[in-house]
Design a protein. Structure first.
Length: 265
């Protein structure tokens, strides 16, 4: 008589189930959902008011409103900041025993990480859509690229954030401490944010900061998103996509290796 052996569910099913689990856990915390939405809206409001006066300077593109210049950059910055939540969420799952239970199940380690990545990408997409709506209704965001160009910029921001989340997941898989994870994340994000073309044109920065901004990978992502939204000659999009793919592949490799280590390490 043949013996039936259960080999577990398919890879796609595991990812789908675990992604749904992460999304349901998020929805069960309304305060977290509220503040994760509120944070980028506050950032958009503050930066649009603080830096709005630079439109009268010689370095700013003539005839462009600051909200049209700012919002595509805020999309990329928000996606980058949201990617940090992927790493923090993984650390929390490690500390509360969830991943220890997952290890006793016939599931592949990479599905846990991919599900974390995808659930955070869904949350980030929701944030970005609300931010665009907020910019349209409150600040008069009217990009020359129209809605199609704006959605293309949103898609690019999501890809950049998705790639960076693999980096933070990899860091979390090796660090495994929430406080250290947050410190490393913020130390990485703030130079990327402010030493770039996100908030002011590069030509308006001090000379030494211009040199940093020109090699900052976030500058290329912001410029590409801005070109898509504002119907400028599209430059840097392919480079941003290729760079994101390379970053995601490297991050995923080290994330899986770190995740496979014993939890007690």
């Amino acid at each position: 008589m043949a013996t039936l052996t259960w080999h577990g569910s398919s890879y796609a099913t595991q990812v789908l189930v675990l992604t749904g689990r992460s999304l349901r856990a998020l929805l069960r915390t309304p305060a977290l959902v509220f503040f994760s939405i509120l944070q980028p809206l506050i950032m958009l409001t503050l930066f649009s008011q603080i830096f709005g006066s630079i439109t009268s300077t010689a370095n700013f593109p003539p005839g462009m409103s600051y909200i049209n210049f700012l919002l595509p950059a805020i999309l990329v910055n928000t996606a980058m900041q949201s990617s940090l939540a992927s790493g923090i969420g993984l650390v929390q799952d490690m500390s509360n025993g969830v991943l220890a239970r997952f290890r006793s199940l016939p599931i592949r380690p990479s599905t846990v990480l991919l599900a974390r990545n995808l659930s955070d990408a869904v949350r980030t997409g929701f944030q970005l859509v609300l931010m665009i709506a907020f910019g349209l209704l409150v600040f008069g965001f009217r990009p020359d690229g129209g809605m199609l160009g704006t959605l293309a910029a949103l898609g690019l921001a999501l890809i950049v954030g998705w790639a960076l989340s693999w980096v933070f997941i990899a860091i979390a898989a090796w660090v495994r401490k929430a406080e250290l994870m947050q410190t490393v994340g913020f130390l990485a994000m703030f130079p990327l944010m402010f030493a770039s073309s996100a908030f002011v044109p590069i030509t308006g920065l001090p000379g030494w900061l211009q040199a940093i901004a020109k090699v900052n990978p976030l500058t290329y992502a912001v410029d590409a998103a801005r070109s898509l939204a504002l119907a400028h000659p599209v430059t840097g999009v392919l480079g941003a996509l290729v760079t994101s793919g390379v970053i995601a592949a490297i991050g995923a490799f080290f994330a899986v290796r770190g995740f496979r280590r014993p939890l007690s390490v």
